[in-house]
Structures are given as structure tokens and as C-alpha cells.
Design a protein around this ligand. Structure first.
Ligand code: PLP
Length: 426
């Protein structure tokens, strides 16, 4: 395989070898430079080579890099949990640290199930979710995901969790339009709960802005408020998957703060460390943890690297940076500016179906015909062609899918580091 023993996403493809990164730019060993306009996989939120984070990393490494979670806690882990409680304004106070977004959503799922078990309602064990969603690649997380292509090979192993449609106004699943639709996509949750039975359901999980499975789809106004009310009426916990959106990406610290719908559990990842280290978290409210605290006193989950002090110190430095430099506000402002530039750039292209997003999580959906919204044939590989052409020209974008039911469709995500300047946007 090209003289390489590394298993790469496409096994026999040639990938550029990266030499270093600085700010919003990456440089490969051949001397080419790339504008990292997708922050990798919407992860490098602060860009590359931030000195404060490098210093925190070195300082922690000189103290201790690893302790095991059942033997010790660490100053870094304690402070990080405190920082997250502060940044979520004390509403979600308790953090369980893991290593990836998939582990975070899967831990959220397990905590939700355990919450009801310890309240004496063990039949509440199902998690329902939406099609056109992505919550991770491990089997539990994939079960909750409505990303058809990523599920396909493993369907026999998956619980069939996605139960409702996504709030995808560009191709409304109900062939309706907002607001006359009456938010049918939210009401569908009520129908699903009636069919399955609320005594079977522990939680509902959703991304506040859909990422990988929809290219930056934000719901219409009132959607999450309705969803949350339905969850509350049926004793169902609301899990917000903020793995892609958390810590400033959409112009607020939490994407949930765009809505008046308080989550009971949040899954964080990606932006928690800006890619400087693998770390993620399931963060829960007092209400969620209380029955466990009064019962078994232990959450049945965890990983060897959970709450790793090295990763916690790096994440703490990242979150301090986000806070002190008002990164969320900057993302909101730069997002508006970048959107206006992109809109101008796209005018006149026949194959642009939709341009959307929030803050610096933006998406473009491509269509063969604007009037019918017809997709390009899958075999044309339009998304790959666009990604490859952009990369050849020094611009990194992130591929997405955006077809009805989460199947097919061509789209890309534009999500540069939140530190990008207006000049760099231009
Ligand atoms: N949840 C969301 C919303 C994501 O976007 C992702 C990854 O793209 C995940 C979960 C899974 O995170 P990871 O790839 O770190 O396991």
C-alpha cells in the first residue's frame, strides 16, 4: 500500500504528509499550504500552534501525564470540570470525561438509562433520535445515528434508534413549509413516543445544528422548545449532542443557547480541546445524577484514559482561551461576515441548492437543478470532486451528506477555526 503500514481512510490513496500548522494554515512536507477551512473535522477551533495551549501541555507533562481514574483524581480534571460547570452557567454541573465524541454520546446514553434504573423504572432503556444525524461510530453511538451510509455495514448489530425525521426545511420531510407546517417534524416525536411507549424510552438525542449528516442544518424557530416540552411531558431526558457545536462554533458557547430548551445531558468533544488532545465529555445536570448519587453511587462506564490529566490540562487551557478571548462572540461576527462573502460568491451558480448554518458552522448543498432540487447521481461523486478540487487549490472543506432521509445528496461544510480573521475569510 504505497510503502505505508498506516491504515488510512482510503487504504491505497496518497495523502500529503503534514509538516506543521500555524493559525488557520497547514503546511505539508512538499511545501504546499492549505487554508484549514473545515478545522479538520470541525475540530481545530483555535487553529494551530497556539502558544498558551502548548505551554499548558508542557507544564502538565512535567508534573504527571497519567493517573488511573479509580485511584486518583487530578488538579487538571477537577479544574476542567469546574470550568465546564462555569461555562454552562451552572446548569450542567457534572462532567464524565472520555476520549472521543462517540464515547461521549454513548456515555450520555448509558447515564440516561442508569438514571431511570436507579429511579426504579428499568424499562426506560431506549434512546430515540432523528434520521440525518451523526452521534458517533461505536456501536451504541452508531445505533443512535441516522447517518445511513455509516450504519449500512453494521445494521444487524444496531438497535433501530432513529425514530423521527430531521427539521430539514430545504427538503421538508412533510412537503410543507414553515410556519404553516406547525412544526410537524417536532410533533412527530409525540407520535413516535405513543407508538413505542414512554415507559420504554430513556432519552431523546439530537444535534442542535446537524453536522456530518446534513451540512449545518439549524431547525426552524420553536422546534427545540416543542421537542423539550414533549420530552418533559413524557419523562424523557433530552440529550444535546454538542460534539461539533460546543464551545463557540455556532456563535454561542452552547449551540443550545440559541433556543429556550434546556438539555439534561450534553455530549462535548472536538472543540473541547480544539484538536490539541483527544478528550470529550458527557456533562449532566443535578437532576440526572441525583438518583445515581442516592443509589449505586457509580456510573457504569469509563475508559482507561478517562480524565487523563494531560488531556484535561490541555482542554482547560483551550476553554480558558475560548472564554478570555470571547471566541464565541467572534465566531458569531466572523460567521456573519464569511456568510455574506460566500453568498456573494455563490450567486449565479446553477448548482447551488442551499447555503445555511449558524456562526462558523456553514454548509452548502449542491443540486443538479435548483427548481426541482434534483440530486446529482451518486456515481458522479460531486462532493468528492469539490473537496479534491478545493484541496488542490489550497482550501480544505469537509464532506457531508444532505439527501432526504439522510441518504445521498452532495454537500460540504465550511467551518474554519473560530480565530480566523476577516482578511483570511476574504
Ligand atoms: N457527535 C457529533 C455531532 C459529531 O459530529 C461527531 C463526529 O463527527 C461525533 C458525535 C463523534 O465524535 P468522534 O468522531 O470524536 O467519535
Amino acid at each position: 500500500m504505497n510503502g505505508s503500514y498506516l491504515i488510512k481512510p482510503v487504504l491505497d490513496a496518497d495523502y500529503p504528509v503534514i509538516s506543521h500548522g500555524k493559525g488557520v494554515f497547514l503546511f505539508d512536507k512538499e511545501g504546499r499550504d492549505y487554508l484549514d477551512a473545515s478545522s479538520g473535522a470541525v475540530t481545530a477551533n483555535l487553529g494551530h500552534g497556539v502558544q498558551e495551549i502548548i505551554t499548558a501541555m508542557a507544564e502538565q507533562a512535567s508534573k504527571v501525564s497519567f493517573v488511573y481514574r479509580s485511584q486518583f483524581t487530578s488538579e487538571a480534571a477537577e479544574k476542567l470540570a469546574e470550568k465546564i460547570a462555569e461555562m454552562t452557567k451552572g446548569r450542567l454541573e457534572y462532567s464524565f470525561f472520555v476520549n472521543s465524541g462517540s464515547e461521549a454520546t454513548e456515555t450520555a446514553m448509558k447515564i440516561a438509562i442508569q438514571h431511570w434504573q436507579e429511579k426504579g423504572r428499568p424499562t426506560k432503556h431506549r434512546i430515540i433520535s432523528r434520521w440525518m444525524s451523526y452521534h458517533g461510530i461505536t456501536i451504541g453511538a452508531l445505533s443512535m445515528s441516522g447517518h445511513v451510509a455509516r450504519r449500512a455495514r453494521f445494521t444487524p448489530l444496531l438497535e433501530d434508534y432513529p425514530a423521527i425525521d430531521a427539521p430539514y426545511c430545504y427538503r421538508c420531510p412533510f412537503n410543507s413549509t414553515y410556519p404553516s407546517c406547525g412544526l410537524a417534524c417536532a410533533t412527530q416525536l409525540e407520535t413516535a413516543i405513543k407508538r413505542i411507549g414512554s415507559e420504554q424510552i430513556a432519552a431523546f438525542i439530537a444535534e442542535p445544528v446537524i453536522g456530518a449528516a446534513g451540512a449545518a442544518i439549524a431547525p426552524p424557530e420553536g422546534y427545540f422548545e416543542k421537542i423539550k416540552a414533549i420530552c418533559d411531558e413524557n419523562d424523557i431526558l433530552f440529550i444535546a449532542d454538542e460534539v461539533m457545536t460546543g464551545f463557540g462554533r455556532t456563535g454561542k458557547i452552547l449551540a443550545c443557547d440559541h433556543y429556550r430548551a434546556e438539555p439534561d445531558i450534553i455530549a462535548f468533544g472536538k472543540g473541547m480541546s480544539g484538536g490539541y488532545t483527544p478528550i470529550a465529555a458527557a456533562v449532566v445536570s443535578e437532576k440526572v445524577i441525583e438518583p445515581i448519587l442516592n443509589g449505586s453511587k457509580s456510573i457504569m462506564s469509563g475508559h482507561t484514559f478517562s480524565a487523563n490529566p494531560q488531556s484535561c490540562a490541555v482542554s482547560l487551557a483551550v476553554l480558558n482561551y475560548v472564554d478570555e478571548n470571547r471566541i464565541a462572540e467572534k465566531a458569531e461576527e466572523t460567521g456573519r461576515y464569511l456568510s455574506s462573502l460566500i453568498k456573494r460568491l455563490l450567486t449565479g451558480f446553477r448548482f447551488i441548492g442551499d447555503f445555511r448554518g449558524k456562526g462558523l458552522l456553514l454548509g452548502i448543498e449542491f443540486v443538479r437543478r435548483q427548481d426541482t432540487k434534483e440530486h446529482f447521481p451518486a456515481a458522479a461523486g460531486i462532493t468528492s470532486l469539490i473537496i479534491e478540487t478545493a484541496a488542490k487549490n489550497g482550501l480544505l472543506l469537509y464532506p457531508s451528506a444532505a439527501g432526504k432521509e439522510g441518504i445521498g445528496g452532495d454537500a460540504v461544510i465550511i467551518a474554519p477555526p473560530l480565530t480566523i480573521t476577516k482578511r483570511e475569510c476574504e
